[in-house]
Design a protein around this ligand. Structure first.
Ligand SMILES: Cc1cc2nc3c(=O)[nH]c(=O)nc-3n(C[C@H](O)[C@H](O)[C@H](O)COP(=O)(O)OP(=O)(O)OC[C@H]3O[C@@H](n4cnc5c(N)ncnc54)[C@H](O)[C@@H]3O)c2cc1C
Length: 327
């Protein structure tokens, strides 16, 4: 592992100026960035410490009902916050299912959204894959049991963040500050497919910092739920996850279905959402929505099992959100 320095800037503007230079990388909880340094996948000479910057902290439930999560708020704080659990349930559940209690006490909202993929070829310092500037995605014809079943190509990583699908399902946007000023971007549009640039997973530019995430107030009848399946129960990234938001009573007026760990970006399914609307919500409608969510799945040689799991997870999550027992 390379030697590195840590600089703690006085404010976001100074942090952004540093991060616009080569050789400076942001440090939040440090869980992923230090891991990547140990594996020599990134070797920044200088880490810019974002912890302690006032503008990046705090959970606020505004009088409008909107939720503001500062970028350096910890996953454990999100998971345990009573108002988030009550009104933004899927977000609290997603944070609470991530990693271990120790990692949730370090990992932050911004870092969770920006963590790099878990692909074993990408994480292997001896492999120059497409994501690291090579010309091959070794999951094709290689070991691909954890890789994409939707939206893959030319790279087949899956997006690792628990928070991302839940935040997208609840229509969250991120505030980003950088050399060109401040911008707000819907998280649904923030993550980018490998067809845009296989080396990247999002549209953050040099010097840009996520300062906060804003989740609009859900209307009165809205219920949400996050569910994941993983290989071992103790801790692990999900094999498949899904966040469901339902608006309406026994007949759904509006729905959001966003899957995680199935595609290089959090994968929203308008097909599943359409299948949920317009008639009484029951087991059969939930099953149709789950089928619709995976209808375009293109499993690789070793991961067809993920399609089966995803259908079960989506159906169960819908039934749970609706207050109906999952079969
Ligand atoms: C064993 C293990 C299991 C895990 N399981 C899960 C899981 O099941 N689900 C899950 O979602 N996660 C999981 N994680 C990831 C963990 O939850 C952390 O969220 C994640 O590693 C990064 O959070 P961090 O705050 O430490 O970010 P850091 O490592 O500090 O940063 C991550 C990246 O984001 C950049 N960055 C951080 N904050 C900002 C910002 N505000 N603006 C601009 N750039 C920024 C950094 O430069 C870096 O590139 C797991 C981690 C481990 C080690």
């Amino acid at each position: 592992m390379n030697r590195f320095e840590v600089i703690t800037p006085a404010d976001v503007a100074s942090a952004s100026r540093l991060l616009a230079e080569d050789g400076y990388v942001a440090l939040a909880g440090g869980v992923d960035v230090v891991d990547l340094s140990k594996q020599n996948i990134v070797s920044p000479p200088t880490l810019v410490n974002l912890k302690g910057l006032k503008e990046l902290g705090g959970i606020e439930l505004r009088s409008s009902g909107d939720l503001r999560l500062g970028a350096t708020v910890k996953l454990s704080e999100v998971a345990e916050h009573p108002a988030i659990r009550a009104k933004f349930t899927a977000i609290a559940e997603a944070a609470g299912e991530a990693a271990t209690p120790q990692i949730r006490n370090l990992g932050t909202v911004g870092g969770n959204l920006l963590q790099r993929p878990r692909c074993w070829y990408f994480r292997n310092p001896d492999v120059l894959c497409l994501k690291k500037g090579g010309d091959t995605c070794y999951s094709i014809g290689g070991l691909n049991r954890y890789h994409a079943i939707l939206g893959g190509g030319p790279s087949f990583i899956v997006h690792p963040s628990n928070l991302a699908p839940a935040l997208i399902a609840m229509r969250a946007s991120a505030t980003i500050v950088g050399p060109a000023g401040q911008r707000a971007v819907e998280l649904e549009k923030f993550f980018t497919l490998p067809t845009v640039d296989p080396k990247r997973e999002n549209s953050l530019k040099p010097g840009e910092i996520i300062t906060e995430v804003i989740v609009p107030a859900p209307s009165a009848g809205v219920r949400s739920h996050y569910l994941e399946a993983r290989e071992k129960q103790s801790f692990d990234w999900p094999l498949v996850s899904v966040a469901i938001v339902l608006d309406g009573g026994s007949t759904v007026r509006d729905a959001r279905v966003v899957m995680g760990a199935v595609a290089p970006v959090p994968w929203r399914s308008p097909e599943a959402e359409a299948a949920l609307k317009g008639g009484p919500l029951d087991e059969s409608r939930a099953r149709s929505a789950a089928e619709a969510a995976l209808k375009d799945a293109q499993p690789m040689s070793d991961n067809a099992y993920k399609v089966v799991i995803a259908k079960v997870i989506v159906r169960r999550a819908i039934l749970h959100t609706a207050g109906l027992e999952a079969a």
